[in-house]
Design a protein around this ligand. Structure first.
Ligand code: CAO
Length: 554
């Protein structure tokens, strides 16, 4: 037998929207299982099925605006529905498909229960209390929407209450200023419990009259209803206005149906942190699931990040699409790897950068003359090859720069080989191929090898071992520009030389200013391994070698 389930009485709500469909065609459901979630501007509610059966068709879709009598689904029911109920459903286009329980609630709604507030002993103050919550023993205060000092209009929402079937905003029946918040988020409350103490704006009006005029809820929920409020006893004496503002959690501002809110609560998820994917930025169940999955996948990376960062809180993900058009591009494997290494070094290594300058006037003259000869072979030397050799020379003299600190901090490891990493820019990110045994290679060989490694890196053909075993690194931005920068140490190495663009500058020789080619150097180092004076000497030594190439053979 077929049964049509219709939208029940939705009170005086102007617009009620289907925000979630909880069943699919073919589902076999039990009596009272929820079918859809409806939401108005004041409340959201799950609509249950009055009978168990198989879902034959769904007549609505998410985002539809519906009103009383709209067909929701058709059910094939195994057993015959009571004739009275079925005929009623067919005769009038009224929510006869709503459960008996909800019908009772609606009956209660039609009764004359009023008096949502009662005057305190000081007549201008009023306590707003939890209304009849339609059969639910205790409901949860999920959000407190006001704070002390707020000036409210009648019908402004005070709190959001939630049962296992519905969530509803509770409005104030009277305008006034909030004197005290009498509940906390997370509290379980029941009918008659005090929510808020108000100083009524209309001080001459009879509070109970005001209450009866204002108390009707905006929407009738099918299973739990914000029916007229009940009186509560007032405090013995007016209390001073509290100054502590209640915190308005972000979750109070999100759009989510009761089922979603319930799921979020069960998982301990703050809805304010969840990125919504539903219409009008509404949070769906899948969003909660995705959020939980994402968080579950974090512990390993988070704990390792914590291990290196001392528990530095992560930068939160932001839904930038809220502010404009965006494009998501998958990060390359190289960028992910280099980002991880750079971050690890940044948070572990206390960095200091030593700046210096090298006079490379003679070096440049020599290099250019060499390049004229080399042109026949198709090779060329850039300043970088001389820098590699000058660094090796300085590393031999200052071995603490060719070292690493043991993680236990018990030993320094001095390396007796000189493998110089060179940072290479590629379209996919930074890679650092290593010129192995640079102390045993001449300037031309270093230049050729650097060019080959850089080409391989840009073609993504660099073998793994070409990026391993470095003892010191150079990051040269000289071909691009800039006066100085602070490179990040390529840990577990303890220092890196940054090189910027050389330029002609007037240098005083004691008698007059001479035009000289000056190369800026920036040495970043791990201050745990290296003292500042050593770093200054090391950088000055590199500058001296570059200024006087004869030193390279010493
Ligand atoms: N001052 C002035 N000119 C310089 C220079 C300097 N310090 N260094 C290089 N040049 C010149 C070269 O001589 C060359 O000039 P010509 O074309 O007239 O011969 C030109 O700049 C281009 O050089 P290059 O960049 O091709 O070669 P390189 O050996 O200097 O550098 C490499 C090779 C792979 C290091 C470089 O291409 C590169 O990728 N640099 C970027 C590194 C980077 O991104 N570092 C930042 C990492 S974050 O710390």
């Amino acid at each position: 037998m077929a049964l049509q389930v219709l939208v029940p009485d939705v009170g005086d709500a102007a617009e009620v929207e289907i925000i979630e469909i909880l069943v699919s065609v073919g589902d076999v459901i039990a009596k009272d299982d929820s079918l859809v979630v409806l939401e108005s501007d004041k409340a959201s509610m799950e609509i249950p099925t009055p009978e168990g059966g198989k879902v034959v068709s769904i007549a609505v879709k998410e985002g539809d605006i519906v009103d009383e009598g709209t067909l929701i689904i058709e059910l094939e029911i195994a057993t015959a529905v009571e004739p009275a109920m079925q005929s009623a459903a067919n005769e009038k286009n009224t929510p006869k498909s709503v459960s008996d329980e909800s019908q009772e609630v609606m009956a209660a709604q039609e009764s004359d229960q009023v008096s949502p507030v009662q005057a305190s002993s000081a007549p201008k103050e009023q306590i707003i209390a939890v209304p009849d919550v339609g059969g639910a023993d205790e409901v949860l205060v999920t959000d407190v929407l006001v704070k002390v000092g707020d000036a409210l209009e009648a019908e402004d929402s005070l709190v959001v209450l939630e049962s296992d079937k519905a969530s509803m905003e509770i409005p104030t029946p009277v305008a006034g200023e909030v004197l005290e918040i009498l509940v906390e988020e997370g509290a379980e409350v029941k009918e008659g419990d005090a929510l808020v103490r108000l100083m009524a704006a209309d001080q001459t009006s009879d509070p109970s009259e005001t209450a009866s005029a204002q108390a009707a809820p905006a929407v009738s929920a099918a299973t739990v209803e914000a029916v007229p409020l009940k009186p509560v006893s007032t405090p013995a004496a007016p209390q001073p206005v509290a100054t502590l503002a209640s915190s308005l959690e972000t979750s109070a501002l999100v759009h989510a149906g009761p089922a979603v809110r319930k799921q979020a609560r069960e998982y301990g998820v703050d809805l304010g942190e969840v990125i919504p994917s539903g219409q009008k930025s509404r949070i769906l169940k899948e969003d909660i699931q995705n959020f939980v999955k994402q968080r579950l996948s974090e512990p390993s990376s988070k704990s390792s990040a914590d291990a290196v960062s001392g528990g530095i809180p992560p930068i939160p993900d932001v839904d930038f699409s809220r502010f404009g058009v965006i494009e998501m591009v998958q990060l390359s494997r190289i960028r992910k790897a280099s980002a991880k290494n750079l971050h690890r070094s940044w948070v572990n290594v206390p960095h200091v950068t030593q700046f210096d300058e090298a006079d490379i006037t003679e070096l440049e003259a020599f290099r250019k003359s060499q390049n004229i000869e080399l042109a026949k072979t198709g090779n060329k030397i850039t300043p970088l090859a001389f820098l590699v050799k000058a660094c090796v020379n300085a590393l031999i003299k200052y071995p603490q720069f060719n070292a690493s600190i043991e993680s236990s901090f018990d030993h320094m490891v001095y390396k007796k080989y000189y493998n110089i990493g060179v940072a290479v820019e590629t379209p996919d990110g930074l890679v650092v191929p290593v010129i192995k045994d640079a102390d045993k290679k001449g300037v031309i060989q270093v230049a050729q090898e650097t060019a080959e490694l850089a080409a391989l890196a840009r073609e993504k053909k660099l073998p793994m071992d070409a990026m391993q075993g470095g003892t010191f690194s150079i990051s040269s931005l000289g071909g691009i520009g800039g006066t100085a920068f602070t490179p990040i140490v390529n840990a577990p190495e303890v220092a890196i030389l940054g090189v910027s663009k050389s330029k002609m500058a007037p240098v005083y020789d004691g008698i007059e200013f001479q035009p000289r080619n000056i190369l800026p150097l920036s040495l970043s180092y791990d201050h745990r391994a290296i003292d500042g004076a050593e770093a200054a000497r090391f950088t000055a030594h590199i500058a001296q070698v570059l200024s006087d190439l004869k030193r390279l053979i010493l």
